[in-house]
Design a protein around this ligand. Structure first.
Ligand code: FDA
Length: 307
């Protein structure tokens, strides 16, 4: 029951101020956010590569309010790409972006987000890597999929995310499971109404399996984004039944969550990509991580009280 309350709080400016200023917050945030600056995240990328892991890097930030902020978001990704080029990691380090951070919700936002994300995708391609468009709340998805389709005309390797909790997603998966596509399937992390999304955990898990089956049986490249041991085992079995080799799909997990599992799956020969978020505007990302596991809230509460 706590999850939806925390997700509602993730939209509140008052809560944002309270949480950001609370003593002890930084310590808990650092479990999920790899650093504040690109220089802090570079050693983490190197360490992941040394362990045989891949990464997808996310500069945190969303729900911006000015066009200037959207340009700053674009520039932050361009700066990240310049650092990745120096590291020479190529495809081992790709990027994840939220179009809301690129201005999608502002006036003329669809065009603005496309104009901001295109140079990032271009620069990523120039150093041999790529970008995946994260899925945000359901009202943003038609625009996200249209931008994804547009970008794929020139950069077919551009990925996107689909969310198992939405009723629409099986159709989206069928459309996207075509040759050359890269699709990350996740359960879904936003507060969605019952008119568009399953609310029951078991229903979401069943949908996740149906959608993963569509992706595995299709011609694209499925990216399994989950920490759920049951869904990971089922995905492995679906891949096997679809005749996929280990390099024809990948697993993805979030930085700071089930880290031992990242290494275990990589050691089994799977491609394992760790979604590594960094930056200063971490509030929305952090609150979604709290909502996913309300026990995190206890840990957070304790660290605030004991500071
Ligand atoms: P579930 O929530 O059932 O968790 C399974 C187990 O994992 C838990 O029992 C616990 O042990 C551990 N766990 C999960 N979350 C935890 C947490 N926050 N803290 C501590 N332990 C935790 N969503 C979205 O809407 N749009 C997106 O673009 C993305 N992108 C994305 C990328 C990647 C790589 C991942 C892994 C996830 C996302 N998500 C996302 C988030 C996703 O929708 C979902 O909220 C989380 O992955 C949690 O769901 P699980 O599948 O892990 O299962």
């Amino acid at each position: 029951m706590l999850g939806p309350v925390i997700l509602a709080a993730s939209r509140s400016d008052q809560m944002r101020r309270f949480v950001s200023a609370a003593p002890g917050t930084k310590q808990v945030v650092s479990r999920f956010i790899a650093g504040e600056t690109v220089d802090q995240v570079v050693p983490i990328v190197k360490d992941a590569a040394a362990k045989g892991l891949e990464v997808t890097l996310d500069v945190v930030g969303e729900d911006i309010t000015t066009r200037e902020q959207s340009y700053a978001a674009r520039d932050a990704y361009l700066d990240l790409i310049a650092h990745l080029e120096d590291l020479g990691l190529g495809e081992r380090a790709e990027m994840s972006v939220k179009l809301s951070m690129f201005g999608q919700a502002l006036e003329g936002g669809h065009e603005l987000a496309l104009a901001n994300v295109r140079p990032v995708v271009e620069a990523a391609a120039a150093i041999g890597t790529t970008v995946t468009l994260d899925a945000e709340d359901h009202t943003t998805l038609d625009s996200m999929f249209a931008i994804h389709e547009e970008l794929r005309k020139d950069f077919p390797q551009t990925g996107c995310v689909i969310q198992a909790y939405l009723f629409r997603t099986e159709d989206d998966a069928r459309r996207l499971a075509a040759a050359g596509s890269r699709v990350r399937i996740v359960k879904g992390a936003y507060k969605e109404p019952s008119s568009v999304a399953y609310q029951d955990k078991a229903e979401i898990d069943k949908a996740y399996v149906r959608i993963t089956k569509i992706l595995m049986e299709g011609d694209g490249y499925p990216m399994i984004g989950s920490h759920d041991p049951r869904l990971i085992a089922i995905s492995q079995e679906l891949a096997r039944r679809a005749g996929r080799k280990l390099d024809e799909y990948e697993f993805q997990m979030l930085y700071g969550i089930r880290s031992e599992e990242h290494v275990r799956l990589a050691a089994e020969g799977h491609r394992m990509r760790v979604y590594t978020a960094y930056g200063t505007d971490w509030y929305g990302y952090f609150m979604r991580r709290l909502a996913e596991k309300p026990a995190n809230l206890l840990f957070f509460g304790r660290s605030v009280i004991t500071k």
